[in-house]
Design a protein around this ligand. Sequence first.
Ligand SMILES: C[S@@+](CC[C@H](N)C(=O)[O-])C[C@H]1O[C@@H](n2cnc3c(N)ncnc32)[C@H](O)[C@@H]1O
Length: 454
Amino acid sequence: MPWELLDRNGPDGCPRGNLLVEGDNLDVARLLHPEHAGKVDLLYLDPPFASGQDYLVATLREGRRRLQHAYRDRFPGGLARYREWMAPRLEAACGLLAPDGALYLHCDTRACHVLRCLLDEILGERRFRAQIAWRRTTSHPDAGFYGAVHDVILFYADRSHSMRPVRSERDPELVRRYYRYRDPDGRRFMSDNLTGAGPGPARSFGQRGLLEPPHGRHWLHDQEGLDRLLAEGRVFWTRNGVPRLKKYLDEAGGIPVGDLWLDIQPLRSWHRREATGYATQKPEALLERIVGASSKPGGLVADFFCGSGTTLVVAERLGRRWLGCDVGSAAVQAARRRLLHGGVRSPFSVCRLGQAPGLPAPRARLQEGRVHLDGLEGVPEASWRELVDCWAVEWAPRGEDFRPDWWALRGESGLLPVLSVPAPGPPEGLCPRVRVYGIEGGVATVRALGTGTP
Ligand SMILES: C[S@@+](CC[C@H](N)C(=O)[O-])C[C@H]1O[C@@H](n2cnc3c(N)ncnc32)[C@H](O)[C@@H]1O
């Protein structure tokens, strides 16, 4: 492949594994075509929405909140230009889709009509399955106007695509309103009709004797069925002595999900576990629904506008293989950080297609079996840490590929660790390779010289 391998993560001897690529997805999808055409089971795409805005990523570095450019979502020339830009990218990505695979394209009301027409052309109208409205906010500042509170997710799949049925939890307010009754043991139920339209015979209701159904109706169960319901305590008597069926909440299951998704909360700043500071990050719950519904464990999930890597971490957690791509270094860094923080189990590689900005050489030394990162050549002591996103150590380089044994990632405090963990095993004669990743996407590598002996 004509791209630069930045790091290979996973145990020695493992295959290249999942792939995160920094580069324009048009080139990346075309390069992946020979190996992956027709193999992607699920494609989730969350491209720029033609919003006319620039987006930022907010990170905590050295105790301060820094705002960094993430991506530009401006298309001078309007939707016509946007269409022109999206068309080859959608075509290239869809070329990788398996015949029974599924595509979910996330957009909003500004361009969904354009994208739907494009996808009808690329995949065929008959593959169109749903236009999902996901409520991403509850209020909109545009008072006096019909403010947009939902995003649109276009779902395309062939009839051969097998989907796992999706159910959502019942609305607590509706549960409170309808499941009003409880058995003595606290089991909650609602009362439901025991009759259907059309006349029918009287039935015996145990001690209450023979009861005629209401005029023009019939009891829904035959005598045997009614006896069983009575024996199981599933008949509820109203104050007027009318028998009704008990429908228990614990047997009701979730509600089959339609094309209106109101039950997945948008990501808020207080969702600290998953918030990365990436402006347009989507909630993991949304991707859990999509990945869970439209792919199987071991299947291949791809996201060519992966941003902070939401699809990738969810695919990883649910045991799918994954391919991710984003043109922005801030996005790829956020995704890598997230995958590493999340304790990824499967091996993955990070590659780059295209030129990266330069980064001054790091000053690293080995002392007492640990690597000390002392700075970047020519950068003042007071500011070099802010230029570094993270760094990594490969204790005993094993060939061309950089295979980190240890990562220095900023923790919750945003401080960059400058001292590695001790070298594993006997440190004698070590000459570790140290790679520093700059916040603008540059990468610089040195050998840490010094003493390996503690
Ligand atoms: C809406 S964001 C995706 C957010 C992502 N779903 C998440 O949860 O973080 C759109 C992404 O598309 C990326 N992008 C824009 N143009 C691209 C291109 N030509 N190739 C790859 N990625 C691109 C942007 O850098 C941005 O990260």
